[in-house]
Design a binder for this molecule. Structure first.
Ligand SMILES: *Cc1c(COP(=O)(O)O)cnc(C)c1O
Length: 243
């Protein structure tokens, strides 16, 4: 328990220092706890300490932890690859933002479900900035067209963009991914589309959050640095279409 609290403090310190170095207001960067494979009792520790933003990769895990986290006010985001047959479930579990919309078909199916439920939702468009075939996300070149299409879907509010940087120890390669995302952000913002704002950049994880903050991240998604190493390899979460 103490280790999660001290790791949370360390992570917050890292975010603060990175903001100061980048000349940014720390209030402009939110820490999202990436809680895949993390037991509900460990998430409770973080929520009791005042952390409020949580992201899961699988609807099944939201479901499993839902009852145990109900008494701890928090904001639930969805950061994993979304299968269209799971959209209905997502809407049942108070997910306030989906970070991973990356194609028209998915957006259209989401719009249909929202219409049936008579509600709206915030989303981010996921962009594949590393060019790795294993990663989900629209290509940087197609992102504007996708934003235009989603702009025509009245119940979906686009709040910004998300990316997973290349997995590399070379910070300049990672930085390049984040710069690409910022370029896409500026491009879409210029188009001034109805229902589309580009305030949020969800980028940066345990390994690379400092670089992401330098490049303009407003949400950093951190798992390992807070909760420790995961038993399951991330490929299980990121490469579903290849398995
Ligand atoms: C697991 C995950 C993270 C957090 O990764 P860490 O390296 O553990 O900080 C962030 N974003 C997504 C989409 C993830 O699946």
């Amino acid at each position: 328990m103490h280790s999660i609290l001290s790791r949370l403090r360390q992570t917050t310190d890292r975010i603060q220092k990175a903001c100061i170095l980048a000349g940014r207001d720390p209030a402009g960067v939110r820490l999202l706890l990436a809680t895949k494979t993390v037991a509900a009792r460990n998430i409770q520790i973080a929520l009791s300490a005042g952390y409020k933003l949580v992201g899961e990769n699988k609807v099944q895990e939201i479901k499993e932890k839902y009852a145990e986290l109900l008494k701890f006010p928090h904001e639930q985001h969805f950061i994993g690859h979304l299968q269209s047959n799971k959209i209905k479930d997502i809407l049942q579990y108070d997910v306030s933002c989906i970070h991973s919309i990356d194609c028209r078909v998915l957006a259209e199916k989401l719009e249909q479900r929202l219409a049936a439920a008579n509600r709206t939702i915030d989303i981010l468009i996921q962009v594949n900035t590393s060019g790795e075939r294993s990663k989900f996300g629209t290509s940087p070149a197609d992102a504007l067209a996708l934003a235009k299409h989603i702009s025509s879907l009245p119940r979906i509010r686009v709040k910004g963009l998300m990316t997973i940087g290349i997995f590399s120890a070379d910070h300049e390669k990672v930085r390049n991914c984040f710069r690409i995302l910022r370029g896409v952000q500026q491009n879409i913002a210029r188009a001034d589309l109805p229902g589309v704002t580009m305030k949020e950049l969800s980028m940066g994880m345990s390994q690379d959050l400092e670089v992401a903050i330098e490049e303009g991240a407003t949400i950093v998604r951190v798992g390992t640095a807070v909760f420790g190493e995961r038993p399951t390899p991330d490929s299980y979460y990121w490469n579903e279409h290849q398995t």
